[in-house]
Design a protein around this ligand. Structure first.
Ligand code: FES
Ligand code: FES
Length: 157
């Protein structure tokens, strides 16, 4: 079947088998490898992307379900000027080790700060809790989110 997605601000059309998940379509159909795959069952959060601005586990959503919707992947977060302040905060505060959970963490931080521009440590831990960091670097991840919240202007949130 043919699906049209607005991925990271660009309209893209592809022929996709109807049983392919959004994760499969992004990585293999659209060649966007930034979205990670691990559990493939909606548990770990590695495959998090935004659909119409809402975080979803792309491994448990069919590509056909998001036909015509706006998708944001990690490839769409940086700006023409360089890294997004959230990405920069993760770099500056050692918020990543192997980086496997990082695309999902960055996207979740983006929606968290849109909803709650100055979250507490507890609120950050609760919001990001569905994305498992295998390296267990949670303290540095929370510090990165706090730094991002401080660095970002209201227009960037
Ligand atoms: S790979 Fe999708 S939730 Fe784990
Ligand atoms: S940095 Fe390795 S899984 Fe989180």
């Amino acid at each position: 079947m043919q699906i049209q997605l607005n991925i990271n601000g660009k309209k893209e059309t592809k022929e996709i088998p109807p049983w392919h998940t959004l994760l499969h379509a992004l990585r293999d159909g659209f060649k966007l490898k930034g979205t990670k795959t691990y559990c493939n069952s909606g548990i770990c959060g590695a495959c998090t992307v935004l659909v119409d601005g809402e975080p979803v586990s792309s491994c448990i959503m069919l590509a056909a379900q998001v036909d015509g919707k706006e998708i944001t992947t990690i490839e769409g977060v940086a700006t023409e000027q360089g890294l997004h302040p959230i990405q920069q905060a993760f770099v500056d505060n050692q918020g990543l080790q192997c980086g496997y959970c990082t695309p999902g963490m960055v996207l979740l931080t983006k929606t968290l700060l849109e909803e709650n521009p100055r979250p507490s440590r507890e609120e950050i831990a609760r919001y990001l809790g569905g994305n498992i960091c295998r390296c267990t670097g949670y303290a540095r991840i929370v510090e990165s989110v706090i730094a991002a919240a401080e660095a970002m202007t209201p227009e960037q949130k």
